[in-house]
Design a binder for this molecule. Structure first.
Ligand SMILES: *Cc1c(COP(=O)(O)O)cnc(C)c1O
Length: 353
């Protein structure tokens, strides 16, 4: 029996609508990394049905299943812009690269010369994060004044915030000022992801680009739960005081106890650093993990659960009792990393379509 990952497409649609209702501008949807691990080909059509008309992925290759699932019509932007061989992918699948550098702009110009219609692009400018985007104002100005820009259909100018999940960070206002000063006029603009939507109107511009909030993660506190994970118990063990549990003899039983071994490990997103620091739930009752997380197995202390109270024999790891962010905390990571680490071994159930 496999562990079950249930993905509520209705909740994803509701989260998109809720974020959309917070702004007066267009709300896009970020479906990079295979829709934050939840299957972009399932997630993107649910978002389109909710009203999203613009999508973002990280790599051109990732956009192929998204385009297939959406059909023609919705715009698909590519954050990494034009890397080698991406021009043909963009033309073939009607993708819009977000140009990040003068080198990428020249690549786009070459593509534009070869095609009858203007080549569709966006521009990413760096507003302080020093990650991706045109960095030097001179470069951007020279590009916009050049023949190259004349041959392109520039649909969006965007930048990204480093600290949008920390409303008190001074970097939000600093990046906002930098973006305002540097963005060319006359091109629709976008600055905010999920955190930027929540920061307020000044950060919205013409289009927002939420990702994690759609999938139920922080910083969108009001998000509906999207993901639940239930893992079957394989075996129950009586462990005597002084005996060990798991690799490395990392856990020594302080008393006689009862444990269960469940069918999920670090290959299923239970990050190894969580070992001994997280809980699951059996019929709503908390059960603590003991010992190291293995690749396929994890052990939990069920000493306090009466025999006959194991219900379906499944342990909830994500669901009504535990959000992705709560589980993430045990590994000192973020909900994003839990979502994108869930892996391919689950039996996936999509509900609420
Ligand atoms: C991932 C990403 C987003 C979405 O961010 P969330 O925090 O998941 O809402 C938006 N813009 C860029 C450039 C990104 O890399």
């Amino acid at each position: 029996m496999r562990s079950v990952l249930t993905i509520d497409l209705g909740a994803i649609a509701a989260n998109w609508r809720a974020l959309d209702a917070m702004t007066a501008c267009e709300t896009a949807a970020v479906v990079k990394a295979d829709g934050y691990g939840l299957d972009a080909a399932k997630v993107a059509p649910a978002l389109a049905k909710a009203g999203a008309q613009t999508f973002f992925v990280a790599l051109a290759e990732e956009a192929i299943p998204v385009r297939k699932a959406l059909g023609s019509g919705p715009r698909i932007f590519v954050f990494s812009g034009l890397m080698a061989n991406d021009v043909s992918l963009c033309l073939e699948h009607d993708l819009i690269p977000l140009l990040n550098s003068p080198r990428q702009a020249e690549e786009a110009a070459r593509a534009a010369r070869g095609s009858r219609e203007k080549f569709k692009v966006g521009l990413q400018i760096d507003s302080g994060m020093n990650r991706l985007g045109f960095c030097e104002s001179d470069d951007l100005g020279a590009f916009l004044a050049s023949d190259i820009a004349q041959g392109l259909d520039i649909q969006l100018v965007m930048s990204h915030l480093a600290c949008a999940d920390e409303p008190a960070s001074e970097w939000n206002a600093r990046q906002l000022a930098s973006f305002r000063a540097r963005k060319p006029v006359g091109i629709p603009a976008s600055l905010g992801a999920t955190g930027g939507v929540l920061l307020g109107k000044e950060y919205h511009f013409d289009l927002t680009r939420p990702g994690v909030g759609l999938y139920g993660g922080l910083p969108f506190v009001g998000a509906q739960q999207v993901v639940s994970v239930e893992v079957p118990i394989i075996q129950r063990n009586a462990v005597k005081q002084g005996e060990i549990v798991g690799y490395g003899a990392n856990f020594v039983a302080p008393r006689d106890m009862t444990t269960v071994t469940i069918a999920a490990g670090y290959a299923d997103g239970l990050i190894r650093a969580m070992g001994g620091k997280f809980s699951g739930f059996i019929k709503g009752q908390r059960v603590e993990a003991v010992g190291r997380v293995s690749m396929d197995l994890t052990t939990l202390d069920v000493s306090h659960i009466p025999e006959g109270a194991f219900g379906t024999g499944m342990v909830e790891l994500l669901g009504p009792n535990q959000t992705v962010d709560k589980l993430a905390k045990a590994a000192e990571t973020i909900g994003y990393e839990i979502l994108t680490s869930l892996g391919s071994r689950y039996q996936r159930k999509y509900i609420g379509a």
